[in-house]
Ligand binder design. Sequence first.
Ligand code: GUN
Ligand code: ZN
Length: 433
Amino acid sequence: MSLKAYNAAVFHLLGDPADMGADVSRGYYEDGLLIVEDGVVKKLGARAELEPGLPADVQIASFANALIIPGFVDSHIHFPQMDVIASPGDQLMDWLNEYTFPAEAAFEDPAHGQASARFFLDELLRNGTTSALVFGSVHKASVDALFGEALARNMRIIAGKVLMDRNAPAHLCDTPETGYGDSKALIQKWHGKGRLRYAVTPRFAFTCSEKQLRLAGDLLNEFDDILLHTHLSENEREISLVKELFPQFRDYLDVYDGCGLLANRSVFAHGVHLSADEMKRLSQAKAGVAFCPTSNLFLGSGLFDFARVKKHGIKIGLGTDIGGGTSFSLFQTMNEAYKVCQLQGDYLDAFTSFYLATLGGAELLGLADKIGNFEPGKEADFIVLDLEASPLLARRLKSCRTIEERLFVLSILGDDRAVRRAYLAGDLAYARA
Ligand code: GUN
Ligand code: ZN
């Protein structure tokens, strides 16, 4: 049995501030103690209350000028797109052809996948992201490489091999049958091993035949705890092309629904241009969307209507959408999310931002019983933030009076520099040099 204790200011969310009210949803201890036993949260509270109850031989790791929060959850990211970040000029459909497909083709080489998996997971951890829902490439080996590396780190990663059988270069296409077979083999090999889970991952309706989407739906139904992960309604041109390709369906979401892919474990990236009817059906199905503001702005896709999607009761998480997105940092993702809301006359408060980046993401990915906050029994994935990470951050935080103000400043000024340490299931996985 291993008992460890960590002391700093500690913040987490007990639920959605919109449902519980901001004051009830937040848990904050100015001088807190997080007690971890065998990789699992045992207790969180004020140090003065909890320290006397600790066995004498337990060492307390104390961090000055620091804030401990749950590890971030990235609800939508592409593993094979690190070399695509910051590729200029095009919107989605041309960007895919010009930059993205060539970069993904390189993952045919398993050695490239292996080396990239190490860099990718290092980069997630450097940014304080301890869990993610990840697109692989079409190659089965890309997902083998990612899962292998994540398993070695005991990291909670959900991923899947991309399914795409048309409207892409031939060397990047599978077939409905090989896509189904490869995905199933990956599920049998990795799903439930360590902290790994599988997501059936059709790229989007534009690159998948109806037959492929239907087989993906069959696969989803064969395993009750895997996810569906795809793109939906990101860009106007994409939407009109999907309508042309699938005239038998009434809208974009209906294509997925008609093929058995709309469920309470479906995660749709983007949803920038959803109709009222699509929102209603997402809500009825208890499906969720990943809000990817840095990508939506960079690719000129549009402004995600957070307030409206939220009002429909649809689950929402935050995604970096690397490489359409421009930062691995959930802080920078919160920063852009705030501005996307501002441009539509809405206010995204700091508690809600941090909820989306932690517990909200966990709920979206079906992991809220395991991660997302410091409730006793949850896996101890947490990060130690450095409140003096830069001179400007230190200066600006000094004038904050409340935790809400401090969190807001972090959400705007924070980035990888603010992450001092990251822990996975109670073990140190990253320490800033
Ligand atoms: N739609 C289909 N594929 C992609 C992708 O790789 N990135 C983004 N942002 N949207 C997509
Ligand atoms: Zn994406």
